[in-house]
Design a protein around this ligand. Structure first.
Ligand code: ISL
Length: 573
């Protein structure tokens, strides 16, 4: 039996640089801002920083559209500043992980510029070019090569009028998909990855990496998907999620890039739609693909019939069934990643907790405890450690995200009520996660001396890092304690997981066990006090409480009483 990998007891912190901290007053967060706030991260105790993309980019999708993989965008700084940041991170004993966006490039990347220049270009085949649908004229409605809808509304194909051919873009039309069937594409990506590792970075978070293999016929044809209600388009995901060559591509990448140095690195594949059975394959160390994946099941449980912008309340029993299945599915092989939030998800305290003044701190710390006590590597998204909430966006002018802006335009054009569409964006839009980090209660929350690129949440007056640093009962200090617990108690990282009361709609409870040490985790995921008779929990009376989020001691005989949003971790040997 080999020793557990270093990242089993690590906590990763995600930085979305645009919204983290601005050091030069242009209103956009930058590398200098990250370097300036490393104290905050070190005090929090996180082990790894994941930087959302800082590469050169036209910023159509805030950096997920890359025009030069080996340079830093001027909005974020320079390569020299990057090296300074990397050295400073390492000097503090932390690691730095880059975002790897290689399902697509920017349409301004020289590869695509060259590919577009002529059907005879040697780079033409680096992307997905196809003629119009058989018998149809280029540009005619429905003439796209397949009926696939783009993630950002509208068709996933864009016509290039010069050649009369279309190119594929699963995301924005400024994000053409790379053709991974072409070995030269794969070799170029591998070389670029080695270049970053040689520079000293400690791994990659791989953007939509389970979309790089597309299902094609022998003659290269792609196929229509089932219709998407309310649109003229179809769902192509059956052709591009975990496609036929995905495992081959990841194993090849591992051989070409990570072999010989993977023990010190961390790799996490972002994989929308991945199942637990597939995740076992992706994360089985013997297969040498990735260390862990970001799965999406638990962040889809509150989607309504109209999709992500039609949210409904989460049923706690659904959450337990889902997360519980992932705990079980990856218990002997592979590894879980754990997250509530990232730059694509609304804020957890607003979505699954209660961001009212009365319950904000308790619900944010309850959710944090629940997640961090699972088996897997937890990811903290900037501001989550402060209990930052969704933003009170007004009109569509307040939104910046291409997904939200496009969705509004398409939905309203299709006849939806603008007020209803806006309401969906306010609740589920990605910009909720992208308002500036709230450092202080002062002007622009201490994020910038200039004009922030997106509105600062007015609640920064009370919700901010400075105030929380001084308050031991703050969300910030709770996160610090949770992270410290993972570092000091091996059972948190490596213990077995057993779900309790799976049918209870208010209480999320489980035990963890490693050797003689056992933890009991009790979370009241509701605003009402609850009294619980816990089957299988005898023998816990009077045990040590190693972590809790509500003041007060537990009276003997009263162990089963949980205050609103209370979370407790008991320990026994
Ligand atoms: O939020 C989503 C759209 O509804 C997700 O489906 C998201 O697009 C998906 O998780 C992929 O996300 C990643 O790739 C995108 C980028 O916009 C996201 O920010 C990134 O995390 C394209 O690069």
């Amino acid at each position: 039996r080999t020793a557990p990998a270093w990242w089993t007891d690590a906590v990763v912190y995600q930085i979305y640089p645009r919204s983290f901290a601005d050091s030069d007053g242009d209103g956009i967060g930058d590398l200098g801002g990250v370097t300036a706030h490393l104290d905050h991260l070190q005090e929090l105790g996180v082990d790894v920083l994941w930087l959302s993309p800082v590469y050169r980019s036209p910023q159509d999708d805030n950096g997920y559209d890359i025009s030069d993989y080996q340079d830093i965008d001027p909005a974020f700084g320079t390569l020299e500043q990057f090296d300074e940041l990397l050295a400073a991170v390492h000097a503090r004993g932390m690691k730095l992980v880059m975002d790897l966006v290689v399902n697509h490039t920017s349409d301004e990347h020289p590869w695509f510029v060259e590919a577009r220049s002529s059907p005879d270009s040697p780079k033409r085949d680096w992307y997905w070019w196809r003629p119009p649908r058989r018998g149809m004229a280029a540009g005619a409605p429905g003439a796209e090569p397949t009926n696939w809808v783009s993630f950002f509304s509208g068709p996933a194909w864009e016509l290039d009028p010069a050649s009369g051919e279309y190119y594929l873009h699963l995301f924005s039309r400024k994000q053409p998909d790379l053709n991974w069937e072409n070995p030269a594409v794969r070799a170029a990506v591998h070389a670029m990855m080695r270049w970053w590792l040689d520079r000293g970075v400690d791994g990659f978070r791989m953007d939509v990496i389970n979309m790089i293999s597309k299902a094609i016929d022998d003659d290269g044809a792609l196929h229509d998907g089932p219709p998407v209600a309310g649109t003229p388009y179809g769902d192509g995901s059956g052709s591009y999620l975990c496609g036929p060559r995905i495992h081959e591509f990841l194993q090849e990448m591992h051989r070409e890039v990570f072999a010989g140095r993977d023990a010190e690195l961390i790799t996490v594949g972002e994989m929308p739609g991945v199942t637990v059975e597939q995740a076992r394959l992706f994360t089985d160390p013997a297969r040498a693909e990735v260390d862990m994946v970001f799965q999406f099941e638990h962040v889809g449980l509150d989607h309504g019939p109209g999709g992500k912008f039609d949210p409904r309340p989460l049923r706690l029993t659904d959450l337990k069934a889902s997360l519980g299945r992932w705990q079980e599915g990856l218990e002997d092989v592979g590894w879980n990643s754990l997250y509530w939030n990232n730059h694509d998800q609304p804020r957890a305290v607003s979505r699954f907790g209660d961001d009212s003044p009365e319950h904000r701190v308790a619900s944010a710390t309850c959710l944090a405890t629940l997640l961090h006590l699972h088996r897997g590597t937890p990811y903290v998204y900037q501001g989550e450690e402060l209990g930052m909430a969704n933003a009170p966006f007004g009109s569509i002018e307040d939104f910046r995200d291409i997904e939200s802006v496009n969705h509004f335009r398409h939905a309203v054009a299709a006849g939806a009520d603008p007020g209803t569409v806006l309401d969906g964006l306010r609740r589920a839009g990605r910009d909720n996660a992208r308002t500036p980090v709230q450092w202080t209660g002062g002007e622009h929350a201490g994020f910038t001396t200039g004009t922030p690129w997106i509105g600062v949440n007015p609640d920064h007056v009370t919700v901010n890092a400075e105030a929380q640093r001084a308050d031991p009962s703050s969300v910030l200090h709770h996160y610090r304690r949770l992270i410290a617990l993972r570092h000091t108690e091996p059972v948190v990282a490596l213990g077995d997981f057993t779900m309790l009361v799976p049918g209870h709609e208010q209480v999320y409870a489980f035990t963890r066990r490693l050797g003689d040490v056992e933890l009991l985790v009790l979370c009241n995921v509701s605003g009402q006090e609850v009294r619980l008779d816990l089957p299988g929990a005898d023998g816990w009376a009077g045990t040590e409480m190693v972590l809790g989020n509500r003041a007060g001691v537990v009276a003997p005989g009263d162990e089963g009483r949980l205050q609103s949003w209370e979370a407790r971790v008991h320990r026994r040997v």
